[in-house]
Ligand binder design. Structure first.
Ligand SMILES: Nc1nc2c(ncn2[C@@H]2O[C@H](COP(=O)(O)OP(=O)(O)OP(=O)(O)O)[C@@H](O)[C@H]2O)c(=O)[nH]1
Length: 371
């Protein structure tokens, strides 16, 4: 893959992957939190031709596969292990097989993880395996949380915390079991503490519309640009009061997993930014559970650079043709274990200041360099 030596700056120079890549949506969530139920409801919709489903189950007998296959015949089962460990090779193989098939066009892949899977390695496989990355692109990670049981589950199972921390969207399930009462404020706060940036959807209709839109929009556009914009890069959570320049929002959790967003409203010099990320990866790569963001570069301010990382592993960044919305600020979401957000901000400031002090000729962006 990408940066075995941990040098993000070397990736900046790589050309973007050519051609169409098939978007992949990962549906995760703790055991019994309602993934299969949701997926089955989605798959009842007409015209989902070309949407393949990969189901991973922990255990030798795959029940989910049968349940899903009832409504959808394009389903692959990876049983007897957790996608995050034992069957990762099987995932690569299944994806490669889907990519190679000739009989039906493939438009989208939905992966339902086992309820115990750590989504990190799965996302890493999608970004890190060269053959997979040439054919597929991660469209988003969705995580279900049980409105009744999630509090206890989160207390007992760190896997459930990691699944939520990774998600781009949180889907609260089983709200119908609350007898008309709203979801517990304590649970909502807990979810926010774990993942401050992912929108929370507690209405089944909304959840299905979101999934359906993801699958269809990505299927229509096919290419990377359609995939990365919407679900990932939200501004600070509405309840947070960010300072525009500094850490916009931050949430900590007693498991040490914390998410925060670095926001910058002036464009960043490409080399200073890359040098900063190199340093962050080298110093704290292990603890960067997930990094994703849009960066406004000084030399290409109209084309946001998309970055994706999981621990030491970063995908080559891509430039979108345009900003997906009116907000053109740099926004980088960090999901980390024990990383001090302020320290990260400070090191970025130091590198930017150092860059400013460099002689003008070296500091000038490539497009404006003197001939
Ligand atoms: N009342 C109610 N029950 C639900 C809902 N979603 C799921 N369930 C039930 O919860 C149980 C578990 O649902 P699944 O969809 O199998 O959960 P899962 O996340 O796929 O479970 P694993 O595959 O074990 O990880 C099943 O009995 C479902 O019928 C919901 O929104 N409301």
């Amino acid at each position: 893959m990408t940066n075995p030596g941990g040098h993000f700056s070397s990736l900046v120079a790589q050309p973007a992957l050519a051609g169409r890549r098939v978007p992949v949506t990962v549906l995760t969530g703790f055991l019994g939190s309602g993934k299969t139920t949701l997926l089955n409801q989605l798959l009842c919709e007409p015209s989902l031709d070309g949407v393949a489903v990969i189901v991973n189950e922990f255990g030798a007998v795959g029940i989910d596969h049968d349940l899903i296959a009832e409504t959808h015949d394009d389903t692959v089962l990876l049983a007897n292990g957790c996608l995050c460990c034992a069957v990762r090779g099987d995932l690569v193989e299944a994806l490669n097989r889907l990519a190679a098939r000739q009989d039906r066009p493939l438009r989208h892949v939905l992966i339902e993880t086992s309820g115990l899977a750590d989504p990190g390695p799965i996302v890493r496989t999608l970004m890190g395996d060269a053959a997979v990355r040439a054919q597929f692109v991660l469209a988003g990670v969705l995580c279900t949380a049980d409105a009744v049981l999630a509090m206890g589950t989160l207390d007992r199972h760190p896997e459930a915390v990691r699944q939520l921390a990774f998600a781009d969207h949180l889907l609260l399930t089983k709200t119908d079991l609350l007898d008309g009462a709203p979801p517990s404020p304590a649970l909502l706060q807990r979810l926010r503490d774990i993942n401050a940036t992912a929108p929370l959807h507690d209405d089944r209709g909304d959840q299905l519309r979101l999934l359906s839109t993801l699958v269809r929009r990505a299927a229509d556009t096919g290419a990377d640009a359609g995939v990365v914009e919407a679900p990932f890069y939200r501004g600070p959570a509405a309840s947070d009061t960010g300072s525009g320049m500094g850490t916009a929002d931050e949430a900590s959790h007693r498991d040490g997993i914390r998410s925060f967003v670095i926001v910058r409203d002036t464009p960043l010099p490409r080399d200073a930014f890359a040098a900063w990320l190199d340093m962050v990866i080298a110093m704290r790569g292990e603890d960067l559970l997930r990094v994703k963001g849009l960066v406004q570069l000084a030399d290409a301010p109209d084309r946001p650079m998309v970055i994706h990382g999981v621990q030491h592993l970063f995908a080559p960044p891509t430039l979108l043709p345009a900003w997906p919305g009116p907000d053109r600020r740099t926004r980088i979401v960090f999901i980390t274990r024990g990383v001090d957000a302020q320290a990260l901000e400070d090191t970025l400031d130091v590198l930017l200041r150092r860059h400013m002090r460099r002689p003008a000729a070296t500091a000038a962006p490539p497009t404006e360099a003197a001939p």
